[in-house]
Design a protein around this ligand. Structure first.
Ligand code: FE2
Ligand code: FE2
Length: 456
């Protein structure tokens, strides 16, 4: 009995000790944060969010400025952008200019454009539109200074539109592990003109769809046929009215007289944007400007010379077959003379990559009208497969011509990963695959510094 009583006492003591120890642990448990979130009075965001569809693009020739654009539907809203450098408390204000336009029975919201300039290279900036509960915050990073040794990664999307496929393209683009830093857009944006009366609400909804990418990294715009919006039957006689009002480009900094053709430097690349739906023939302002522009590119500073246009010059799909032919006749000899590395186009709703060819020997009577291999020629890439409501271009010319290295009618996007002044890697991703899968890829060598045969 005595032994049993002693055991009970020991057990009871152990229980008490355990409770004390547990209480001790509980008393020194996790921390309760003293941070109190600010309340915005729990008000639902307005149906017409006052600072929606924000987009940015490069704002000067070298990458130390950004054009921030935003549209407020009901009232002018914030008239400027507050911006600051990462790890800095010094905030600055860039005041924007406001414009509105009408198109048939549509009146636009207040379209703001502010040029945020004098930025430092290779730097992350934050920016804010609106104040208080209406404030929206974004960020972007400036590129390295123009120079041959800075790697840089561009994305490529064309003919995006605003379908569920478009949404998938943006999703794949944003989740691409190659981390594109800026997007080269190859024309045909909203496809508003496919709707009755060119329903310009579709320009607004397009702006909202792409905001999740284009508010954070510049999209470099190329004009396509869906930007023309010329409709004399609606008494809309000014071409490009919605695009010109909504999407600005840094054309003046490039010595251009039109927002539709211009150039930029970005890191190791010199990018010339051409306008296929403006006059481009001999004696046109665009031709004159292009000749001066391509002649002044310093490949020691920007080794990669890239041209963007909407309709492809080399296209083996039946869709838009030979539509780029007049442009090819006028410009191809300049591309070869100045050793353009890459020509990107959209328009054909599919993907295609060419080998390095030229067709510049033909003089109508000599019979030399077949494209021939030429290591001074660009690789032509069609990336018009963003996913718009017109669908894929699935019909191809047969047999596949020798100039066509790879072609496939699937929705997707491209990535141009410039490694250094001699090598770049291009990959095409289709939406049907996982984010990291490359459905087509090729190593490219620079035409000026390492003009080896990289066609395959
Ligand atoms: Fe097009
Ligand atoms: Fe298109």
């Amino acid at each position: 009995m005595a032994s049993s009583s002693s055991s009970s006492l020991i057990a009871a003591s152990a229980v008490v000790l355990t409770i004390i120890l547990n209480a001790s642990v509980l008393c020194h448990g996790g921390r309760t944060s003293t941070y109190m979130r600010t309340s915005n009075n729990n008000v639902d965001m307005p149906v017409d969010d006052p600072t929606y569809y924000v987009h940015i693009t490069q704002g000067d020739h070298v990458g130390t400025a950004v054009i921030v654009s935003w549209i407020t539907p009901k009232a002018p809203g914030p008239d400027g952008v507050i911006y600051w450098k990462e790890n800095s408390t010094e905030k600055k204000l860039a005041v924007g200019k406001i414009a509105t336009y009408t198109y048939y029975n549509y009146t636009s919201g207040f379209i703001h454009h502010a040029n945020v300039s004098n930025l430092e290279f290779n730097t992350k900036y934050y920016y804010q539109l609106g104040l208080g509960k209406y404030a929206r915050n974004f960020s972007f990073s400036t590129p390295p200074p123009p120079g041959p040794d800075a790697p840089y990664t561009f994305g490529l999307i064309g003919d995006l539109g605003q379908t569920f496929d478009s949404n998938s393209t943006i999703d794949h683009y944003q989740n691409d592990p190659q981390n594109p830093q800026a997007l080269l857009y190859l024309g045909d944006l909203s496809y508003a003109n496919d709707y009755p009366y060119h329903d310009n609400v579709r320009w607004d909804t397009y702006g909202r769809l792409i905001e999740r990418s284009v508010a954070y990294q510049p999209w470099i715009w190329t004009v396509g046929n869906h930007e023309v919006d010329w409709a004399p039957e609606l008494d809309e006689n000014v071409p490009f009215k919605p695009f010109r009002n909504r999407y600005h480009t840094p054309y003046a900094a490039a010595g251009s007289t039109s927002p539709f053709w211009y150039s930029i430097k970005r890191g190791p690349a010199y990018i010339i944007v051409m306008a296929a739906y403006s006059a481009f023939g001999y004696s046109s302002p665009q031709y004159s400007w292009f000749g001066q522009e391509i002649n002044k590119v310093n490949r020691s500073e920007t080794p990669w010379l890239i041209v963007l246009m909407h309709p492809p010059m080399y296209n083996s799909y039946k869709s838009h077959y030979m539509e780029g032919e007049t442009m090819r006749v006028v410009y191809e000899s300049l591309f070869v003379k100045y050793k353009v590395d890459l020509v990107f186009a959209g328009h054909v709703h599919a993907y295609e990559r060419s080998v390095r060819v030229s067709n510049i020997a033909y003089n109508i009577t000599n019979g030399l009208c077949t494209p021939v291999k030429n290591l001074n020629a660009p690789v032509y890439l069609t990336v018009g497969d963003g996913g718009n409501l017109e669908g894929l271009s699935t019909s191809m010319t047969q047999p596949q011509p020798a100039y066509s290295a790879f072609r496939e009618a699937s929705f997707g996007h491209g990535i141009l990963d410039i490694k250094n002044k001699t090598h770049a890697y291009f990959a095409w991703h289709r939406n049907d695959d996982g984010y990291a899968v490359m459905a087509d890829s090729v190593w490219l060598t620079n035409r000026y510094w390492d003009p080896t045969d990289d066609s395959n």
